[in-house]
Write a protein that binds this ligand. Structure first.
Ligand code: G4P
Length: 527
């Protein structure tokens, strides 16, 4: 007999919002993250937005390579409270090269915020990440950032979203002017004007005044030209654009659009107060045994592994998203894949480098578990041990490098680093089956190789040399064991499955023609 969920559990589920930000690098994800934390009271004052040298870095950036480059490489989960809601923000790396980590992180989010640069609109990386959200059917909210800079026409921006992403874009606010003339936004729902005032350095909460559209003071506030243009735009929006519909949004087919300037603290809090109302609480999760409700007994899945998080704690962390029930520190669970009993006593949340012990967690929450090598991506821990996930997305590498160990005496550390960094999704590893040569690494972009090299050196004290090859395609192979084993140039992935690398589509087609005994498997469709 299923037990009635306790009112307390239901209440905790209802107040949770777990989301990720997707954007093209430089659109303002880091700045928005920091302002959200500021409004959530999680940090006192926003520091510098990016981890540029010589400046304070954001709460979510922690590795030295990130600080050197001013980009965010790995994901972490940030938690804050706002208006009684418990918000988990999954920090996804914005750089286009760090895709696998981002893809994995998105599997743990219930909604996503798409940040666009007002001058650039929809960019390549936004499209890629958007496609992942779309595949998962999660609702997406949009924030058009940098309105204090000369921007594209807002109708043109909405068009871009609709045309390139195939989703209906419905503005909930409308910008008044842009660039030096940016005067604020009109809230289309409450019919109020939120006036923008520039503050020095953008470090403090910007004062926000409100007045109605028919308020005679409006022309005084924003100037008569902009007031007239606004009235015209509002008429057009109300006459020509569909109304915002919560159900359509929750199905991932409509995105509410907000405008603002994160750097100037403008529009972010307004967005946040709408976000907590619109974004969904954790829902059911599809498992191999059907839909699992968040009110079912405890289960959680691992969506990310991270080695060497902090210099003080040289260990591996497995990130678990609670999918159902209440998690208590020290509880006994069963690790589904191995059937092993585990006591989850080493659980913590992560906020930059500070670890806080987690006593309890609810669906939607992210818990860091110290990983003594048991966890793999997609693993489930539960009370019964019988819960598992159907499949977990992997990215397809498009660039390949061979890697050489400089000091052969360091082979053991090299193999450890290779295994752990591959587990994290920094790179994928392919081992030549003749055993003589060094492994090949696969990545979506070559910057991942640099990260691999730097982390090998820094965290495993192993110097490696890398050389990018001319291979650009990988295919997994099937066929009878003998033929596959005899096949020249074949390799194995980290799970021992046979693969082969190709320089071009032509190379692949030609090889396939010459070897009808081998099946070259199509790539998994998710990514
Ligand atoms: P990302 O994480 O998406 O890569 O973007 P990030 O927040 O790092 O912002 C990228 C750049 O855009 C930063 O400038 C940031 O200050 C700027 N920016 C963010 N929001 C706004 C905004 O609302 N208006 C304007 N005008 N600029 C904005 P930077 O030059 O790279 O760094 P910094 O020297 O300003 O720190």
């Amino acid at each position: 007999m299923t037990q009635q969920p306790s009112a307390q559990l239901q209440g905790e589920i209802d107040r949770r919002r777990t989301f990720a930000i997707i954007s093209h690098p430089d659109a303002g994800k880091t700045t928005i993250t920091e302002k959200l934390l500021l409004y959530g009271g999680a940090i006192q004052e926003a520091g510098s937005v990016t981890a540029k040298q010589g400046r304070s870095h954001t709460q979510s950036d922690w590795m030295s390579i990130e600080q050197q480059r001013g980009i965010s490489i790995s994901s972490s989960a940030l938690t804050f409270e706002y208006e009684g809601r418990h918000i988990n923000l999954l920090d996804t790396p914005g750089h286009q090269d760090f895709s696998e980590d981002t893809y994995r992180t998105l599997t743990a989010a219930d909604s996503a915020l798409m940040v666009l640069d007002a001058a650039r609109g929809v960019q390549a990386q936004t499209e890629k990440l958007f496609a992942v959200c779309r595949n998962r059917g999660i609702p997406i909210l949009t924030f058009v950032n940098k309105m204090d800079r000369p921007a594209l026409d807002p109708f043109e921006l909405l068009n871009q979203v609709e045309e390139s992403l195939g989703i209906t874009a419905v503005p909930l606010t409308w910008p008044i002017g842009d660039g030096p003339d940016f005067k604020g936004v009109y809230d289309l729902q409450t019919k109020r004007v939120l006036a923008f005032e520039r503050t020095s350095g953008g470090k403090h909460r910007a004062p926000v005044q409100t007045a109605g559209l028919d308020d005679p003071q409006l022309a005084e506030l924003v100037g008569s030209d902009l007031a007239a243009a606004l009235a015209e735009a509002v008429e057009l929006i109300e006459g020509a654009l569909p109304e915002f519909d919560l159900e359509t949004f929750l199905r991932g087919e409509m995105t509410p659009v907000f405008f603002g300037s994160a750097m100037n603290n403008f529009g972010v809090e307004h967005f946040l107060s709408n976000f907590v109302e619109l974004a969904p609480a954790p829902g059911p999760v599809e498992t191999s045994a059907g839909l699992r409700q968040p009110t079912d007994e405890f289960a959680g899945f691992i969506f990310k592994l991270q080695a060497n998080m902090s210099k003080a704690h040289r260990d591996r962390t497995a990130y678990m998203r609670v999918m159902s029930g209440e998690f208590d520190r020290g509880m006994d669970v069963i690790h589904g894949r191995t059937g092993r009993k585990l006591r989850l006593s080493q659980a913590h949340t992560l906020f930059a480098q500070d670890r806080e012990k987690v006593e309890e967690a609810y669906p939607g929450d992210i818990v860091g578990l110290v990983n003594p090598g048991v966890f793999q991506i997609g693993d489930v821990v539960s009370l019964s041990g019988k819960v598992s996930l159907p499949s977990f997305p992997r990215f397809t590498p498009e660039t390949f490098a061979s890697v050489y160990l400089k000091d052969v005496g360091k082979r053991k550390a090299f193999m450890k680093g290779l295994t752990q960094l591959a587990e994290e999704g920094v790179v994928q590893v392919f081992y030549p089956t003749d055993g003589a040569r060094e492994p090949f690494l696969g990545a979506v972009g070559p910057l991942q190789f640099e990260v691999f090299q730097a982390r090998m050196e820094e965290e495993y004290k192993v110097e490696v040399e890398m050389s990018v090859t001319s291979y650009s395609l990988v295919r997994w192979l099937a066929g009878d064991e003998g033929s596959v084993a005899r096949f020249a140039r074949s390799m194995e992935d980290d799970q021992g499955r046979p693969v082969m690398l190709f320089r071009s589509k032509y190379d692949l087609d030609y090889t396939a023609e010459q070897h009808p005994e081998i099946e070259f498997l199509p790539l998994p469709k998710d990514l």
